[in-house]
Design a protein around this ligand. Structure first.
Ligand SMILES: Cc1cc2nc3c(=O)[nH]c(=O)nc-3n(C[C@H](O)[C@H](O)[C@H](O)COP(=O)(O)O)c2cc1C
Length: 249
């Protein structure tokens, strides 16, 4: 099937456009995408409505935030990125109110702990679900490093946190100035032991939904949505993926 589509895409490219069916004149792939999305495939891009492609990014020092991020990634079929400190936190570093490393960082407005690695191709994401633990009522300073490392202009950021007892409070609001051009949604605090279902309903409340696998032939021929190709889920465009191959050969 992939071969067939590839040939079709290459053939169309040579004739100067991509046509949605035999009767239709040539439309650009953007026009086609709009046309088909408008009809029935809005929710096929992961994220409901206009939430676009989603990244779950999180920091978890002692493992409480991590499973919630994993639930979200699993529920949304979204990429996941762990913010890993270059210099890992030891138990001693994390013993709070002892004047240890974490305490010192939280008290230092200029502290920006280094991150090991980076998000590959951040431009591709439209929505970031950002998870962190509460440290002294705020997000850990490594979250500040993360937000200062990329351009979040035009992206939507949905924060969540875990804590012993503190709410999300102003922790998320204090992050806004670090990615001032992002569209910040109200965040949520979760206690330890929260269920997958609770994460799912929170995501749904925020208009984030699981990507669905499209079998709509019209969507497939326009290259919009998610398709099941030989048991592998291929995000986005079958056709645009194939036309990239064609254009580059
Ligand atoms: C340095 C430090 C400061 C903390 N400050 C708070 C706090 O102000 N309020 C609170 O409820 N929990 C606080 N906690 C507890 C964490 O927020 C909580 O254990 C969180 O769920 C840990 O998430 P993680 O395992 O993903 O790192 C603090 C923990 C650390 C290490």
């Amino acid at each position: 099937m992939a071969m067939l589509l590839c040939c079709a895409a290459c053939g169309e490219k040579q004739s100067g456009g991509i046509s949605s069916d035999n009767s239709n004149a040539t439309l650009s792939s953007k026009e086609l995408e709009k046309e088909v999305q408008g009809k029935e495939t809005n929710s096929d891009l992961n994220g409901g409505d206009n939430m676009g492609k989603i990244l779950i990014a999180y920091f978890s020092a002692t493992g409480m935030t991590k499973p919630l991020a994993e639930y979200a990634s699993d529920i949304l079929n979204a990429d996941i990125y762990e913010i890993v400190p270059q210099d890992p936190y030891t138990e001693e570093d994390l013993a709070y109110y002892t004047g240890g490393r974490a305490d010192q960082e939280q008290n230092d407005p200029y502290a920006r702990p280094e991150i090991s690695g980076s998000v590959e191709n951040m431009e591709q994401y439209d929505t970031i679900v950002l998870g962190y633990p509460i440290w002294h009522g705020e997000a850990p300073k490594i979250i500040y490093t993360f937000l200062e490392s990329y351009d979040f202009s035009g992206k939507t950021i949905l924060p969540f946190c875990t804590s012993h007892s503190s709410g999300i409070g102003s922790s998320a609001d204090h992050l806004h100035s670090l990615a001032a051009n992002a569209n910040w949604l109200d965040g949520e605090r979760f206690a330890a032991g929260i269920t997958r279902e609770e994460i799912e309903s929170w995501l749904t409340e925020n208009n984030l939904q699981a990507a669905s696998v499209s079998t709509d032939p019209q969507a497939a021929s326009a290259g919009v949505g998610i398709f099941d190709l030989e048991k592998k889920k291929a995000f986005q465009s079958v056709l645009s993926a194939l036309s990239i191959i064609c254009y580059s050969t």
